[in-house]
Each structure stands twice: as structure tokens, then as C-alpha cells.
Design a protein around this ligand. Structure first.
Ligand SMILES: Nc1nc2c(ncn2[C@@H]2O[C@H](COP(=O)(O)OP(=O)(O)OP(=O)(O)O)[C@@H](O)[C@H]2O)c(=O)[nH]1
Ligand SMILES: [Mg+2]
Length: 296
């Protein structure tokens, strides 16, 4: 009898990998009103202002992050830090600006101050210079200074503050990076590490905010509550954490307000969960600095 040779059919059994973990690996109190808690934290601070500097590559969402926080406090969409509508190669933010977010309308209300700066760019003499970011950290730059990538702020410039107070100095440094961008650029990462080193020497607490998670992950775009179940977002966070050296527990994913015209509870909750950490660490830093000055 003739043997029938069965052709071995190769069946592709590979099913698409499950994009979500069964359970979230970090808890976000969705639906819980955290704004009051954040306001309480700010009211308990030892100085009237907490100054937060956001820095990062061009177009990563720095101005949008500040606008998102501001919108949550004002309970309506607002954009005190102008964000870019296009995907430009060069930084849209050209001037140094402090955005004040007050806890309430009373005269002595404490406030969150966000410093918006030009983006970091690849190569020398492009984008904000490392020297300028260091001057901002130390409180030497005055509002409305127009960044010049070719030469940093000089001591004889009218925008140079020779005697910064404790409130002029930065209390928390936030690295803002897009989850949707191509591989991180070596020259930008080098500049970032240089700035980070100066901040670390001063003991300034540091965070990383990973923006545009809606663009980077379809499951998160569908439902923001999937953010800590998304394998893709976790992979990106782990990658960014190891590339830039900011621990995973100080790395937070966000979706900024970009094309929305109304506030959304999930967007608020995610941003507030980060803000609580920023204020916690910032307040600790301020208390420690006040303590050190007392013992000096
Ligand atoms: N979908 C989405 N878009 C975002 C998000 N964050 C920012 N964007 C958009 O990204 C673009 C750049 O945002 P900006 O806030 O201007 O970025 P930037 O870092 O301040 O940019 P430069 O000032 O040019 O360095 C804008 O069109 C924003 O609407 C986000 O989380 N999701
Ligand atoms: Mg900007």
C-alpha cells in the first residue's frame, strides 16, 4: 500500500499577546476626589510656594502638563502656558515663564509655581542650554527671559537675579518625556543627566512624567483606567527609568489635556496622583532645607 505522506501543515498558533495584565500593578484611586487632599498638603507647607521646574525634549508635553494641572485647579480647561498645536522640530516655548496655581482665591493662599522652559534639543547650541537650566534651578532667572541656545543668561542681563531667595529656587525637578516618541536621543539624555547631577547635588527631588500614553497604547486610549494594566506602558516606563536613571517609583504616566474642551475625571485622577507625590517630596525637601538653615 502506498504510504500517504501527510504534508506537515504549519499552523501558526501564535495568538496576539494579551496587551493587559489581569490586575493593575499600581493603584490609582479612580473616582475619588483627590484635589482636596492636594490642597490640604499645600496649605501645610512651611513656605508659601512650591516651585516645580519641568524640563525635557522638544514637544514632549511640558507646557501641556502645566496646563493640565492648572485646569484641574481652576475646574475648567485653561492654558496659561501656551502649548504647541503642531509637531515642530524646534521648541515652541521660547521664554522663561512662571505659572502660578493658587490653592484658593484668598490673598495669602499658598501656591504651586511651575516653571516652563524651552525644550532640550539634539546637538550643541540648539534648544535650551544646560547652563540656563542650572541657572533656573538656582533661582537666577527672571520671568520673560528669552532663551538663547547659543549663549546662556549672563550676569549683566536685566533678567539675571543675583540674589535669589529660597522661594526663587526650584524645589522639585520633573523630567517630561513622551511615551510616543522614537528611541531616546543620546545627546539629549547626556544633557538631562548633567542637569540631574546638579539637582542631585542640591538634594532636589526628581520625578519623570511619561506623557502621551493615549497615543502610545490603544488600550489606554480606549480607557485611561487601563494605564497600570497596560504591558506596553509598563515596558515604556521601565525603559525610560533605566535610560534616564529615575527610579520606577518616581516615574509616572499621564495623559495631558490636549484636544478636550471639558475636564475628564480619569485624566484628573492620574495627574493628581502624581501631584500628591511631587508635593510630598517637595515639602520634605523644604522642611529639610529650613531645618539645615536653623542648625547652621
Ligand atoms: N494626545 C496627547 N497629546 C499631547 C499630550 N501632551 C501633549 N500633547 C500634545 O503635544 C504637543 C506638544 O505639547 P507641548 O505641551 O507644547 O510640548 P512642550 O514640551 O511644551 O514643547 P516645546 O515647548 O516645543 O518644547 C501639543 O500638540 C499637545 O497638545 C498627551 O498626553 N496626549
Ligand atoms: Mg512648551
Amino acid at each position: 500500500m502506498k504510504k500517504i505522506k501527510h504534508k506537515h501543515l504549519k499552523i501558526n498558533k501564535k495568538t496576539p499577546a494579551e496587551p493587559l495584565f489581569p490586575e493593575p500593578w499600581r493603584n490609582v484611586p479612580w473616582g475619588k476626589e483627590d484635589l482636596q487632599e492636594v490642597k490640604k498638603q499645600l496649605n501645610e507647607m512651611k513656605i508659601p510656594h512650591l516651585r516645580v521646574l519641568v524640563y525635557g525634549p522638544v514637544g514632549s508635553g511640558k507646557s501641556s502638563f502645566i496646563n493640565s494641572v492648572s485646569s484641574i485647579f481652576r475646574n475648567r480647561i485653561c492654558s496659561p502656558a501656551l502649548a504647541n498645536a503642531n509637531n515642530d522640530e524646534n521648541s515652541f516655548t521660547k521664554k522663561y515663564k512662571t505659572i502660578r496655581i493658587q490653592v484658593d482665591n484668598s490673598e495669602n493662599s499658598p501656591s504651586l509655581l511651575f516653571n516652563d522652559i524651552m525644550g532640550l534639543e539634539d546637538g550643541t547650541k540648539r534648544g535650551v542650554s544646560v547652563e540656563d537650566v542650572k541657572l533656573v534651578l538656582e533661582g537666577h532667572m527672571k520671568d520673560d527671559y528669552k532663551f538663547n541656545p547659543v549663549s546662556p543668561l549672563s550676569t549683566d542681563d536685566p533678567h539675571y537675579n543675583p540674589t535669589p531667595s529660597e522661594e526663587d529656587k526650584v524645589h522639585v525637578l520633573v523630567w517630561v518625556c513622551s511615551a510616543n516618541s522614537a528611541e531616546s536621543n543620546d545627546s539629549v539624555a547626556k544633557k538631562m543627566r548633567d542637569i540631574r547631577e546638579t539637582a542631585s547635588d542640591k538634594g532636589i527631588p526628581q520625578f519623570a512624567v511619561l506623557t502621551k500614553i493615549d497615543e502610545a497604547c490603544a488600550e489606554t486610549e480606549k480607557d485611561l483606567k487601563n494605564v497600570y494594566r497596560s504591558k506596553c506602558v509598563k515596558e515604556k516606563m521601565t525603559h525610560f527609568s533605566s535610560t534616564f536613571g529615575i527610579p520606577l517609583n518616581c516615574t509616572f504616566p499621564v495623559k495631558n489635556y490636549s484636544d478636550e474642551i471639558e475636564l475628564e475625571n480619569d485624566v484628573d485622577c492620574l495627574i493628581l496622583s502624581i501631584l500628591k507625590k511631587i508635593i510630598h517630596f517637595g515639602s520634605d525637601f523644604i522642611s529639610d532645607t529650613v531645618q539645615e538653615q536653623k542648625t547652621e
